[in-house]
Design a binder for this molecule. Structure first.
Ligand SMILES: [Zn+2]
Length: 436
C-alpha cells in the first residue's frame, strides 16, 4: 500500500486502537481462573467497548468498526487456538504487530451457494452482507477505501489479465518493516489435481532446499555473501553507536530492511514452488521433519553448558533460511488431501533401487553409492525417491541375533543420518569437501 503521509498517520492511529483493544481482551482472559466467572465473550466485549468509548476520549476518537474487528479477530484467534498452530492469543507490541482489520462498508445482497437469494427467516426480507469498496485503476494499481483515510492506493500482487479484484467482506492492513500491506480475506479455490497419476517425493536439505524424486533440484534464494556482509556491517555500526541515538536506530533499520528483503524472497519462492507442486503432481510426499526440535539451541543450562553452541546456531540459521515449514504448509493449503508426510528415518541411507540400508552407502554429502548393488545416484535425489515410495525403512541389526557375543551398545546407531559438521556463514562453500 502506498498511503499519503496523512493517510499513514491515520492508519497508525487505527493500529494503536486495534492493539489497545486486543491487549485489553488478552488481559481479560489472562485474569480468568477456574473459580472465577468465565471471561467475557465477543458480544459482552462489544458492549464493554461501547461503554469504554463513552468514557475514554482517546478511544472514542477512533473508528468503532476497527476496534470491534480487533475483538472479532481475538474471538476467532481464541476459538482456533488448538488448531491454528499459534496457540493462545498473546500480547501485541508496538512497532512489531502493527495492523488492523477493516470490514467493508458496501452493502450487497447475500446469496446461497446455488444462487438463490438468502432471506431472513423471520421477516422474509433479503439479507444484506458487507463488501469492501475497491476499484482497479489500471493493470498494476488499485485503490481501497479505508475508514478515515478515503481512497488508499495499492499495487496489485496478482497482475495480468486473469487478475480480478477480490470479492471480500473484510481486509487486513499491516505495517511490516516500514511497508504497508493490504490482504483481502478470501478463501481461494484449491488447485485441481492434474490427470496424471504422478507421485513426487521431496527431500528437504540445507545444501539443496528441495530435491525432487524426478532428479530436479530446487533452491530457495539465499542472501549473497555481499548482502550478509552488509547486514553485519550495519549491525556492527548499530552496536557501537550511542544508546538511544538516532544513528543507532537508523543502522538497525538498514539491517532490518535487508533481512526483510531476504524473508520476502524466501516467501515468494515458497509460494511459487508450492503452486507448481500442486499443479503438476497428484500426490506430493514430504519427509516428516520436526523443525522445532531440529532447530533447538545447543546452549544447555548453566550447570550443563552445551558444546559447539555457535556452530549449532549457525546450522539452525541455515535450516530456518530454507523455508521448509512454509513450503510444506503452503503446499498443504493449495492441494488439500494430496500431501502426505513420510517418516524420515533412513530415507537418506536406504538404496532406492534395492532397499538396502547402510551408512557406508552414503559416500559424501552429495554422492550415494549402494554397497550392495552398486547403484549410484545423487544422495538427495535418492532420498527423495525413497520418500516418493513412502518409506524410509527399518535399520539392519548390527549383528544377527543368536550368533553369539553380546552386541556392544554404542551411543550412536550405525545407520545415522550424516550430519554437517562445518557450519557457519556461508554454510557450505562450493568445492569444499563436507565430512559426513
Ligand atoms: Zn542397492
Amino acid at each position: 500500500m502506498y498511503p499519503t503521509a496523512a493517510q499513514a498517520e491515520q492508519m497508525l492511529t487505527h493500529c494503536a486502537h486495534a492493539r489497545y483493544v486486543w491487549n485489553l481482551a488478552v488481559e481479560q482472559h489472562a485474569h480468568w481462573r477456574r473459580w472465577r466467572r468465565s471471561a467475557p465473550g465477543f458480544a459482552e466485549q462489544c458492549r464493554q467497548l461501547t461503554e469504554a468509548r463513552r468514557e475514554c476520549e482517546w478511544l472514542a476518537a477512533g473508528n468503532a468498526d476497527v476496534q470491534q474487528q480487533a475483538l472479532r479477530d481475538f474471538a476467532k484467534a481464541r476459538s482456533a487456538r488448538f488448531t491454528s498452530g499459534f496457540g493462545e492469543p498473546t500480547w501485541r507490541r508496538k512497532f512489531q504487530h502493527e495492523g488492523f482489520r477493516v470490514i467493508g462498508t458496501d452493502r450487497v445482497p447475500e446469496c446461497h451457494e446455488d444462487g438463490t437469494p438468502k432471506l431472513n427467516a423471520k421477516t422474509g426480507r433479503q439479507v444484506m452482507g458487507r463488501c469492501v469498496v475497491v476499484r482497479k485503476l489500471n493493470r498494476r494499481w488499485a485503490r481501497v477505501k479505508v475508514p478515515g483515510c478515503g481512497w488508499v492506493r495499492f499495487r496489485l500482487s496478482v497482475k495480468g489479465k486473469g487478475a480480478v479484484l477480490p470479492d471480500a467482506k473484510t481486509f487486513r492492513v499491516t505495517l511490516r518493516n516500514g511497508q504497508w500491506h493490504v490482504a483481502f480475506a478470501v478463501v481461494p479455490e484449491p488447485v485441481e489435481a492434474p490427470d496424471t497419476g504422478e507421485v513426487i517425493g521431496i527431500d528437504r536439505g540445507v545444501t539443496i532446499t528441495a530435491a525432487l524424486s524426478d532428479g530436479r533440484k530446487l533452491n530457495c534464494p539465499q542472501l549473497t555473501v555481499r548482502e550478509r556482509a552488509r547486514i553485519r556491517k550495519h549491525e556492527r555500526r548499530a552496536a557501537r553507536a550511542k544508546k538511544g541515538s538516532p544513528k543507532k536506530a537508523a543502522e538497525y533499520a538498514k539491517a532490518a530492511k535487508l533481512k526483510a528483503g531476504d524473508a520476502n524472497r524466501r516467501k515468494d519462492w515458497c509460494e511459487k514452488t508450492s503452486t507448481m507442486l500442486a499443479r503438476t503432481y497428484r500426490l506430493v510426499r514430504f519427509e516428516k521433519l520436526n523443525i522445532k526440535n531440529m532447530t533447538r539451541s545447543a546452549k544447555g543450562t548453566v550447570e550443563q553448558p552445551g558444546r559447539q553452541v555457535r556452530q549449532k546456531a549457525g546450522l539452525n540459521r541455515g535450516v530456518l533460511a530454507q523455508g521448509w515449514g512454509l513450503l510444506r504448509q503452503r503446499t498443504g493449503h493449495k492441494a488439500p488431501g494430496r500431501v502426505e508426510d513420510v517418516p524420515a528415518p533412513y530415507t537418506s541411507l536406504r538404496c532406492s533401487a534395492c532397499g538396502w540400508i547402510e551408512k557406508k552407502s552414503r559416500k559424501s554429502q552429495a554422492d550415494f553409492e549402494c554397497v550392495s548393488c552398486g547403484f549410484t545416484c545423487n544422495a538427495d535425489t535418492n532420498a527423495a525417491a525413497n520418500v516418493a515410495v513412502g518409506q524410509g525403512g527399518i535399520p539392519r541389526p548390527r549383528r544377527p541375533a543368536g550368533t553369539g557375543g553380546a552386541t556392544t551398545a554404542t551411543s550412536r546407531s550405525n545407520a545415522r543420518e550424516p550430519q554437517p559438521t562445518w557450519v557457519g556463514i556461508p554454510l557450505f562453500q562450493e568445492g569444499e569437501d563436507v565430512k559426513s
